[in-house]
Design a protein around this ligand. Sequence first.
Ligand code: PEP
Length: 252
Amino acid sequence: MRRFLVAGNWKMNGDSRRNRELVAGIVAGLQDSATVEVLVCPPLPYLAAVKSQLSGHSVLLGAQNVSEHAQGAYTGETAAGMLVDVGCSHVIVGHSERRALYGESSNVVASKFRAAADAGLIPVLCVGETLAEREAGQTEVVVGQQLAAVVETCGIAVFGRAVIAYEPVWAIGTGKVASPDEAQAVHRFIRDEIAARDETIAAGVQILYGGSMKGENADGLLSMPDIDGGLIGGASLKAADFLAITKAAQGI
Ligand code: PEP
């Protein structure tokens, strides 16, 4: 039985004071649940402070990016082992903003995924098509290639301890959300792609939806059989908005 994962990607937002308020609001309003895991991914400089504020709470900590290298002369980069050292359990890899704005190819994403997994982190692999690709009927081709790049580099077994986030690029930060049926179809496709390599891993892997998920649309999306949670951007920056999504997951 898969558990839901509700994950907040704070992106490059917040400061010490606002983060403290946000975390305080989340832990104060969150009801413990056996079926829903909650994860927050603050910007790198705040990971340790957020970790210490989360002490004694069940909320998990993740980072938004990681180096593909384990250590060495890579100025400005952060190794997966360092993220483990400051208390992260998860790290986002291959977010569409990293792919589009920082030129991360699927090969680089696969190397980052492997570095994360090797260090004991749970990689949250983001995949998703642009609007042009969807309109050209290429959604499954694009998502299939993004997934295959990681499977070819890392093998299928690592997905026994990984998360996949389907994030249609046209839905990220736009207020345009995929319909539950549209999202479910791609989630099913992703699970089938994994199942073609390993059915047990496919049955257990959490596949999150990301793209303008909010309290108002969460229930419809999370009720679909292959949607196991959400990767939340904008709505993760206010405790009440984020908690509305965790509550929706707890109600299913
Ligand atoms: C994201 O960036 O991962 C995301 C899903 O953003 P938003 O919820 O703001 O669309």
